[in-house]
Design a protein around this ligand. Structure first.
Ligand SMILES: C[S@@+](CC[C@H](N)C(=O)[O-])C[C@H]1O[C@@H](n2cnc3c(N)ncnc32)[C@H](O)[C@@H]1O
Length: 198
């Protein structure tokens, strides 16, 4: 029997004093994240869209993804080998984060990748990996949520049928005004054809 402790991120709550001073960067501890999530409905439906406007390096987003994948794993149909990759992408596509610091977004993507590989340890398809990166690039954004909202766009992923994604892009400034104006719409495609950076 392994005596190793379960894998847990040894989170540092502060990277530097200047980052705290300049951007109020103090990360939430794992215990607080779990307590806060337990008080919300963030994980009660695995396909509800969740946006964290100052996501840091992903403390909340990692926990949400992990809880949603735990949930997904219990679903025999969604977790069936032939559906699993698409189901994981569908869950990933519901998670959005913005942060002003580029290194935080890079770290956040790395952590979400790590969670996905914890759940899909066996070889995944090349197409899955490309689609995963595409979704993370559209959903985890470097941006200024106070003074730069006009430069922030979100891609809505919907799933008209198994294996297929429909993507529509919206401007945050329109969304804030309740305007449903689609900036760009992509043809519906299989996740296997969702080319990176298209
Ligand atoms: C208090 S930390 C919280 C980080 C994360 N939500 C957590 O709980 O661990 C605040 C975060 O907001 C980011 N931030 C500060 N000003 C911002 C802005 N104008 N737009 C977007 N993110 C910003 C910082 O880079 C930092 O990562």
């Amino acid at each position: 029997m392994s005596t190793e402790a379960p894998k847990e991120r040894k989170s540092k709550q502060i990277k530097s004093k200047s980052r705290v001073r300049n951007r109020g960067e103090v990360f939430t501890s794992e215990r607080e994240v779990n307590n806060i999530l337990a008080l919300t409905q963030a994980t009660s439906n695995r396909y509800w869209r969740f946006l964290e406007p100052a996501c840091g390096d992903g403390n909340f987003l990692e926990a949400i993804l992990r809880q949603r994948l735990d949930h997904l794993k219990q679903d025999r149909i969604e977790w069936h080998t032939k559906n699993r990759e698409f189901s994981v992408l569908k869950v990933l596509s519901t998670i959005y984060g913005v942060d002003i610091a580029e290194d935080n977004i890079a770290e956040c993507k790395k952590r979400l990748r790590g969670v996905i590989f914890d759940y899909l340890p066996k070889k995944t398809s090349k197409e899955f990996l490309l689609a995963m990166e595409e979704i993370m690039d559209t959903n985890l954004i470097v941006g200024d949520m106070l003074n730069g909202t006009d430069k922030i766009f979100f891609t809505e992923y919907s799933t008209p049928a198994k294996g297929l994604f429909k993507r529509r892009v919206y401007a945050l400034t329109d969304m804030e005004l309740g305007i449903e104006s689609v900036i760009k719409e992509y043809p519906t495609v299989s996740y296997k054809e969702m080319t990176h950076g298209e």
